[in-house]
Design a protein around this ligand. Structure first.
Ligand code: NAP
Length: 309
């Protein structure tokens, strides 16, 4: 892509108000993006409900200059999807497929952000050649959209993510949620038998940007480099926090099967990142580096608030 192409092209981010969407839009910049929200408005955001509206009517009219549509929208609560399968399917399946079809009709490359929930969690890390075998309602919905895309001959991307974590506090970041829970002296229940391959949100943003800038198409897993049990991720985090916080941690180590949920979760959620790493030359941060950066963030915050007093 030439510099002038990059200046004139637009990227449509559906679900720009979500955890990943906000970070992606901040990275790509407002000049390059048109970003939507559903219930959480943000400056420059455009309201869009994929259950009741069509991209073709709202964004893909005239000379739109949109080259890629990144689909981050969805009802992402796993139990919410299980409890309201039809309502969630209207957004997660029908809304996503309508968006994909509208994008392709307008000559725009759809980038569907999928998830490790398309697998049953019996074994891992799963690769792009493993057949999907979902056990969650949410996973069945993601698999239905993947199947639709894979039947199409026009260029498309499926970016299949594992657990996304971040080196900054956010209610959707399990690492900062753990630190906050310890600070409140709450008990953390943590599974020894759930395997994750957590990926840094900035590596997800870099991967999505790579698809746009390099016109790479196809199915790619985007995951961290190192599968590890959930309890080991928590212990890694604790090894980077201060001694007071470490001493205050109250942890109940349990099996994933002991945690009360509407639908039993897949135990091995890890994905192999090899195909994307080979295609892009990009590597993803290991858990210890992400945990170190997050605890540094908290230390800097403490210094700043002490200086302000
Ligand atoms: N975060 C992870 O660990 C993770 C892991 C694997 C896969 N993924 C996938 O990555 C994608 C984004 O994840 P995320 O963590 O950023 O999710 P998120 O924070 O829950 O964001 C979901 C986005 O979808 C929008 N949305 C909800 N209902 C909508 C509707 N009816 N029409 C249009 N937009 C609607 C939300 O808008 P409002 O907030 O404005 O309502 C929000 O922008 C999801 O598809 C998820 O499955 C995420």
């Amino acid at each position: 892509m030439t510099v002038s192409d990059a200046r004139t092209q637009k990227i449509l981010v559906i679900g720009g108000s979500g955890f990943i969407g906000r970070r992606l839009v901040a990275h790509l910049g407002p000049e390059r993006t048109i970003a939507t929200y559903h219930s959480a408005p943000f400056p420059g955001g455009v309201p869009f409900d994929s259950a009741t509206m069509r991209l073709a009517d709202r964004f893909l009219t005239g000379r739109h200059r949109i080259t890629h549509g990144i689909l981050l929208q969805g009802i992402t609560g796993i139990d919410r999807c299980a409890l309201a399968p039809e309502e969630s399917a209207r957004v997660n399946v029908d809304g996503a497929i309508n968006a994909i079809d509208d994008l392709l009709d307008a000559g725009v490359v759809p980038i569907f952000v999928s998830s490790d929930s398309v697998f049953d969690g019996i074994r891992g890390p799963c690769t792009e050649t493993d057949p999907v075998c979902p056990i969650l309602t949410f996973g069945h919905q993601a698999a239905a959209v993947e199947t639709h895309l894979r039947s199409l001959s026009a260029p498309w991307v499926i970016a299949r993510l594992t657990k996304v974590v971040a080196s900054f506090p956010n209610p959707r970041n399990i690492l900062s949620e753990w630190i906050d829970a310890i600070s409140r002296r709450e008990l953390i229940r943590c599974a020894y038998d759930q395997i994750l391959s957590p990926v840094d949100i900035d590596d997800v943003v870099a991967a999505l940007t790579f698809f746009v800038n390099n016109e790479l198409c196809g199915l790619y897993n985007i995951s961290g480099p190192q599968p590890l049990p959930r309890i080991e991720l928590l212990n890694t985090l604790l090894s980077f926090v201060g001694p007071d916080l470490r001493a205050a941690a109250k942890i109940d180590i349990c099996s994933l099967s002991d945690i009360a949920v509407v639908e039993q979760r897949p135990k091995n959620c890890s994905l192999s990142n090899r195909k994307f790493a080979a295609a892009s030359g990009l590597s993803t941060a290991p858990p210890d580096r992400i945990c170190a950066r997050l605890s540094q963030h908290y230390r800097e915050d403490l210094v700043l608030s002490a200086a302000a007093r």
